[in-house]
Design a protein around this ligand. Structure first.
Ligand code: HEM
Length: 192
């Protein structure tokens, strides 16, 4: 605890600022402002949504194929005998597909911000028996994979300027999502 925290604790005063998880709509709004995710980006994401939705199944399948190719990420999807737990994998593909679809709509409701927080917590707070928590660097890597896959998709489906606009906008949105998905892995921190 720093001097300010000690003084606040001693005096019974509440420390200034807020914990992101206690006000997710504010956190997501401020992150969007910080990365300059403006109306034009929202429009670009929504315009590109049909392409993403058309390919959502293939994109999520490719992401999980990638996870299975590395022991450090595959272990979350294996049965005790070492085989792939296809049932669990199908459930995960479904949830990842839902995230992708809702992202494509740029849902900005309080419910969606808390949904993202709960998705993050379901990675950071997992029981030991089922592989333990997913390390934050795997989440960061997964977002990089998603960015690359979307960039390739847009380059193949859109004319160059529109592809660039879509990629820039999606990159901003995905990293705002990442900042939420990582909250459960970071020590709680009050923000001004
Ligand atoms: C772009 C990053 C990722 C997104 C958006 C994402 C999305 C999701 C979603 C929406 C769920 C369902 C959560 C729920 O039902 O509460 C989920 C569950 C899960 N994800 Fe991810 N995921 C990501 C990265 C990863 C990575 C890197 C791994 C591990 C290599 C992973 C492993 C899992 C596992 C094991 C579950 C099951 C959690 C449980 O039900 O206990 N995910 N993910």
């Amino acid at each position: 605890m720093d001097d300010r925290g000690r003084a606040a604790a001693g005096s019974g005063a509440v420390e200034p600022g807020y914990l992101p998880a206690t006000d997710m709509p504010r956190f997501i709004r401020e992150m969007m402002e910080f990365v300059d995710l403006a109306e034009g980006d929202v429009a670009a994401i929504r315009r590109s949504a049909p392409i993403v939705l058309r390919h959502a199944e293939r994109l999520t399948a490719a992401l999980y194929e990638h996870f299975l190719a590395f022991p450090r990420s595959a272990r979350f999807f294996l049965r005790e005998d070492g085989g792939v737990d296809t049932e669990r994998l199908d459930r995960r593909k479904h949830s990842l597909g839902r995230w992708l679809r809702e992202s494509a709509e740029v849902a900005m409701t309080p419910e969606f911000s808390y949904y993202l927080l709960s998705v993050g917590l379901s990675h950071s707070h997992r029981a030991e028996g089922s592989g333990g928590s997913v390390a934050p660097h795997l989440m960061i890597g997964a977002m990089s994979l998603a960015q690359t896959a979307l960039a390739q998709l847009f380059e193949g489906e859109l004319e160059r300027a529109e592809a660039r606009t879509a990629i820039v906008a999606w990159n901003k949105l995905l990293l705002v999502h990442l900042s939420i998905l990582l909250l459960g892995s970071l020590p709680p921190r009050r923000l001004p």
